[in-house]
Design a protein. Structure first.
Length: 120
């Protein structure tokens, strides 16, 4: 649920350009969590959630800023999403993890297109 909220807020902050896009992306296999990684994954997932929320807040806070400033926020947002993708791939097994990775990859593609169109 929280991840869906993050995506919704990110889409809202991006405006109609993101909402109109086809967000299908190739899905990658999701690894199972090894028993020794469970504690690390719990911590990584909590930190990932915090970082995604912060990135979304920065997008909202700069929605009316000059594009040069917004471009830096867009690039930072992509970095946060790439790191989140790695955590989801490693720590979220099964269909749920597979869907999280696919959504994140699609969103990264969208943001890279926004950056390519609007930023130097």
């Amino acid at each position: 649920m929280r991840l869906v909220l993050v995506f919704a807020l990110a889409a809202f902050a991006a405006g109609p350009a993101l909402a109109a896009k086809d967000t299908s992306a190739p899905a990658l296999p999701v690894q199972r969590i090894a028993p020794q990684d469970t504690g690390r994954c719990e911590a990584d997932l909590v930190l990932t959630d915090i970082r995604l929320r912060q990135a979304t807040e920065r997008l909202s806070a700069t929605a009316r800023a000059p594009m040069a400033r917004r471009c830096g926020v867009f690039r930072d947002h992509v970095l946060v999403m790439r790191r989140a993708t790695d955590v989801f791939r490693r720590c979220t097994p099964g269909r749920h993890g597979h869907e999280n990775v696919a959504h994140m990859q699609a969103s990264i593609v969208d943001w890279n297109e926004i950056i390519a169109r609007n930023c130097r």
